[in-house]
Design a protein around this ligand. Sequence first.
Ligand code: HEM
Length: 146
Amino acid sequence: VVWTAEERVAIQEVFSRLDFESVGLETLTRCLTVYPWTQRYFGSFGNLYSAEAIMANPKVKAHGVVVLKGLEMAFNNMDNIKATFASLSELHSEKLQVDPGNFQLLGDCLTVVIASRMRTEFTAEIQAAWQKFLAVVIAALRRQYY
Ligand code: HEM
């Protein structure tokens, strides 16, 4: 994957604006609410009965930070995302058995949250770079599936 200087700046801009706790929590809450079948992987997280319950769930909050730190790791290794995510891909495939279609759904929820925070500053150019970044991350996560 080739990144232009503008794309790197755009993705850096998005990351610099992300408050991991609140953005992670809102992203997971949206995903678990809008696509309720994604709840099946989080059986150990306790009460996920409503959007309010999910928002108030400390395990969801903690996991939101974990997911965003994972994305930050990809950002810090932008020229080597595939290798960086090899073990994470294996974990989601073999151990967690997450249906890989769900990666896109979670990514879309994150994009919605970012757009709602950045508003007009989430320009078409920044969105384009961001979606390319997510596409590369998702392809890396799907890699160990067979
Ligand atoms: C765990 C990242 C998508 C379900 C994790 C971990 C990371 C991560 C960093 C912790 C791994 C560890 O403990 O070593 C990501 C990223 C995603 C993504 C970057 C996409 C952008 C998903 C999706 C699902 C999912 C779509 C299910 C719908 C899980 C589950 C765990 C996990 C169930 C274990 C949670 C626990 O028991 O603590 N993920 N993930 N992930 N992920 Fe993902």
